[in-house]
Write a protein that binds this ligand. Structure first.
Ligand code: ATP
Ligand code: MG
Length: 332
């Protein structure tokens, strides 16, 4: 029953993220295909064991909208997490391959994510904390499921995620260091849905950069939730960083504006400017526009919870929609 490294045969590299890498593997004794996530953790053995204990909660997470969990083990110095393999991969990979995703499919994605978030919160009091297209997976049966949720407080503490790339799905209140709630996930969902429908990150024309973000060595950890505190601090440092950024033309272009932003500016933009919207006006159904607007209310008190948003008319429509996600998934 217990998973061991020796029983898993590597098949294919699936991708790499901030925290580690993911491989398609076969569990030889049972023949089961799995996705194995390898997370490098720089922590004491006692902390690793604690993480492993906390991860066991995933055994109790049973929902068609949540990736199933096969088990986790320590393989020094890594922790390996084995989960359900989703053969169509993550939605970021999908839209980068096929372009903007049909709004009716995006509706099904919204429904699945809201159901998954509601399950996690109502049944287990878990807040996801990392909703984004790379953590929403699809398979050839047309199922849509979420992965990489924050089950283990110790794991969250151990991998302070460094900024890589130029996108962030963080809500204004999180950027400002306020308490993280289930509504912060709703903001991240809103940003993700615009990204899927437009086929690009809503704040930016990403300049897929080969990250020399040494000037932006911001890390975000729950103990220090305000990333602005970790960004270049002095005026001089900021100017130097901005200059360097300009020179290498890194940073991101603001939608339409033709202006470039560093990560710091992006974070400030999220806090200070009106939230992005599903545009251009009239291209998408009114109800979809309205749903995204309510996900992206900047005041977390005004923003609804995933459970409340399940009652939104666009979601009710998505629920009864006859769009065939399985057929859609067979086209790529
Ligand atoms: P970050 O580390 O910033 O969260 P990420 O989500 O892309 O980024 P990982 O979680 O390490 O990073 O995942 C890397 C890639 O592996 C994902 O983009 C996804 O395409 C793929 N992947 C992850 N889990 C699975 C799975 N269960 N089945 C199939 N592919 C997966
Ligand atoms: Mg991930």
């Amino acid at each position: 029953q217990d998973l061991k490294n020796e029983d898993l045969k590597d098949m294919q590299e699936l991708g790499q993220g901030n925290g580690g890498s993911v491989k398609k593997v076969q569990h030889v004794p049972s023949g089961t295909i799995m996705a194995k996530k390898i997370v490098l953790i720089d922590a004491k053995p006692s902390v690793r064991k604690q993480i492993l204990r906390e991860l066991q909660i995933m055994h109790d997470c049973n929902s068609q909208y949540i990736i199933s969990f096969y088990g986790a083990y320590i393989s020094d110095p890594n922790i390996c997490i084995c989960m359900e393999f989703m053969d169509k991969g993550s939605l970021d990979g999908i839209y980068k391959k096929i372009g903007p995703i049909d709004i009716d499919v995006v509706g099904k994605v919204a429904l699945a994510v809201l159901e998954g978030l509601t399950y996690l919160y109502d049944v287990h009091r878990i807040i996801h904390r990392d909703i984004k297209p790379s953590n929403i997976l699809c398979n050839s049966k047309g199922q849509i499921k979420i992965c990489d949720f924050g089950v283990s407080g110790e794991l969250i503490n151990s991998i302070a995620d460094t900024f890589v790339g130029t996108s962030t799905y963080m809500s204004p209140e999180r950027i400002q260091g306020a308490q993280y709630t289930v509504k912060s996930d709703v903001w991240s969902l809103g940003i993700s849905l615009i990204e899927l429908a437009l086929g690009r990150f809503p704040f930016a024309e990403t300049s897929s950069d080969d990250s020399d973000l040494s000037d932006f060595e911001g890390t975000i950890s729950p103990s220090q939730p305000n990333p602005l505190h970790r960004l270049p601090k002095t005026k001089e440092e900021r100017e130097k960083a901005a200059k360097k950024n300009k020179r290498k033309s890194k940073g991101v272009s603001l939608q339409g504006g033709g202006m470039t932003m560093s990560i710091l500016e992006l974070l400030q933009h999220i806090v200070n400017e009106p939230a992005p919207r599903l545009t251009p006006e009239g291209r998408f159904p009114k109800q979809a526009e309205d749903f995204i607007d309510s996900c992206l209310l900047k005041d977390p008190l005004a923003r609804l919870t995933p459970k409340d948003l399940l009652k939104h008319s666009w979601i009710e429509q998505a629920r009864i929609s006859t769009i065939d996600v399985e057929a859609w998934a067979s086209t790529f």
